[in-house]
Design a protein around this ligand. Sequence first.
Ligand SMILES: Cc1ncc(COP(=O)(O)O)c(C=O)c1O
Length: 443
Amino acid sequence: MPENLNSRRNFVKTIGSFAGVLTVSPALAAWQKETGLHIPAVTATEDVTKDEDFWGYIQQAYSASPNVINLNNGGVSPQPIVVQNALDQYNRLSNEAPSYYMWRTLDEARESVRMKLADLAGCSPEELAINRNASEALETIIFGINLQRGDEVVLTKQDYPNVINAWKQREKREGIVLKFINLDLPIEDNQLIVRQYKEAFSSQTKAVMITHMINWSGQIMPAALISRAAKKHNPAIQVVIDGAHSFAHINYKIPDLEGDYYGTSLHKWLCCPFGTGMLYVKQARIKDVWPMFAPEDPQSPDIRKFERLGTRSFPTEMAIGHAINFHNTIGIERKQKRLHYLKNYWVEKCLSIPGFSTITSLKPEFSGAIATFAIKGLAPGEVATELFKRSRIHTSATVWENISGVRITPHLYTPLKDLDRLVNTIHAIAKGNVTAANRTNSK
Ligand SMILES: Cc1ncc(COP(=O)(O)O)c(C=O)c1O
């Protein structure tokens, strides 16, 4: 960090303590009070992407294990301590008189969570249902929209398995037809992606599935361009968007994607309690979607018809608001930049390692925090095992369709030194592998 910035911060801290007031923004001040942590004062426009001081304070807001380097935050993210505490408090309160506190008090407060989520998502609260995860949100749509035998759905082989399986079940049961696109990732040309979808459209196409950020490699898909092409082909085509990895990771609002339906998990990049998700249905479409758990009027235009789950964890839902506060305190622009920086930080260092390759773009238009790599001659499972054995680095090994690699996902709390250890370990594994290959060749 530049000297002058450092001293300005100290100055700000000193003045703040003398005056007995906080000189940070109201959001930071509130968070500081809640967590007891000191946060350096930064202005809204200050670029903190490479400011390790700033991110050091954010690291303290989590309770990351000192014994394992968790680089599979894409699977599910940890909750900041404030969220864990809120969850505990709501849980203790609920246990004092479960049906009273959960059904009379906390259930009613779901409306404030809905409003906060709508604000974050850029849509009306009347278009958002709170549920347990992206699978539930997306399968509500996949099983709930009206389709006839012979109707075609365009999707990709790189969509999420639960999503593909749900469409396949409709294919088996009801005779809809699935048209798969096979993406050769990475793709740094949006028009090329759109063209592949367009080529799959026919007069029978009734729905299109788009994964906004592909979990296997972190590829950002041009969802709005694909939606637009679909609607141009036939305005009646229904567009379903999987936002599991993009929500609270990259900067956009749900309506920007121009889809009819959207589902996401909140326990990924928003760091909400485990088992939280959200479904968006465009207002005009709500009445035509059949809910998974039927209410009195399944054709109601009220989004709440998708929340008839029965008894669920109200404490879990209520703590969502605390995760949103935490996220807003950092701000999505800062978060996206930092996540992309962390990804590029380690990938760029690995590019010169013999045998290293990646299927993830380094450009911010096409990627965020996720990157997937391979070491020539080693299976992903072998690489992941070595990473853990040698350096206690937890990752996710993937072999799916045309994708084979180890997925690395840092999060905001990941320190650079953990990524340095990752780079050094990849280097050692690749070097050992090259040496072993040379030994075999010379025999
Ligand atoms: C692209 C994508 N969609 C959907 C899901 C399902 O999320 P969940 O397990 O929270 O339902 C995942 C989970 O990793 C995902 O990566």
